[in-house]
Design a protein around this ligand. Sequence first.
Ligand code: ZN
Length: 399
Amino acid sequence: MEIVKRFISYAKMDTQSDPNSLTFPSTSKQKELARLLLKELEQLKISAFKDEYGYLYGKVPKTVPNKPSIGFIAHMDTSFDAPGFPVKPRIIKNYDGSTIKLNETLSMDKETFPALKEVINDDLIVTDGNTLLGADNKAGIAIIMDFLQVLKESKLEHGDIYIAFTPDEEIGQGTKYFNYDFFKADFAYTVDGGKVGTVEYENFNAASAKVTFTGKSIHPGDAKNRLVNALQVAFKFNSMLPPFLDPANTENKEGFNHLTSASGTVEKAELNYIIRNHDYDLFLHQQRDFHKIKDYLNDYYGYQICEVEINESYLNMYEILKKDLTPIKLATQAIKNIGLTPTSPPIRGGTDGARLTYQGLPCPNLGTGGFNFHSRFEFLSINQMKKAVLILKEIVKIA
Ligand SMILES: [Zn+2]
């Protein structure tokens, strides 16, 4: 099947995940895409299976010994940040750089969306302005499926190839039930990035902090020297955090402390933060700031007015990957071999690859040719998507 047809058929299926669901996968409609992909893998004569959690796995056995076994991973769910259905993909042939009218009220120009400057003369797939496109991550699925077809039709010598399509990545649960007993790749790639030719292998170290305040509530008429207002102390705490670590003041590899919610009364108040930094020592330093401010406030008020609870969410995969650069070097070389310039921007977020890497499966992330993820302005360059297939093939070839 042709890759564009593949992509469009996947994009039209509603596979949005749901952060408020109590089931796994969070929405059962994701399993319908797994069912379709299983059928397509069977048509390609690739042994594959679905499991009870909605994951789909496949394996192409090695044709020669002594080559590494490599995995490719994409996620089936789409983001809940924009409507996910009904997706009506539209193809724009040979994009000329002009403003793209998505519908009567919504358009997209290259000043507001500079990524459009990089895809002039490409064939694009855009939305009708009412939903996201789902290139995140159905472009990755289409690339992997097309790669498998190409691999089957070629005489390429290769080691074991493993495939996994996962549910619920967008709600941070994509690796929860990942089957490491089956997926015995030496290393893998998530095919879940933006511009083709990117190899992402540095993400944030991430933690969440819950800061609680216990005040002393007294009728304000009798409050002199007795009232301690938990809300006021919470404001004080927040104002003592370094202002240059506000995310609105950071970029590239700079970390941040981000206040995500605040609530409370005179008696009790709570602040929630996320803490992020690419550098592990600076990440720990930021956490120490939280504790130092807490100690100061407890000392100042003379009782335990403030408590800080910090939980680690995920860590920078580069801490592990730097011990063996093989997967990064291979991808970089493959990208050069097909005539592109590799880039490795630091990810200002996390990826499933980070969790997989820490579970013992080294897993950088490759670009797909999709842009403006999680929005109605999402689009996909068909030319870039096709190049991503060549990169996968080249990785397997030179490994
Ligand atoms: Zn994604």
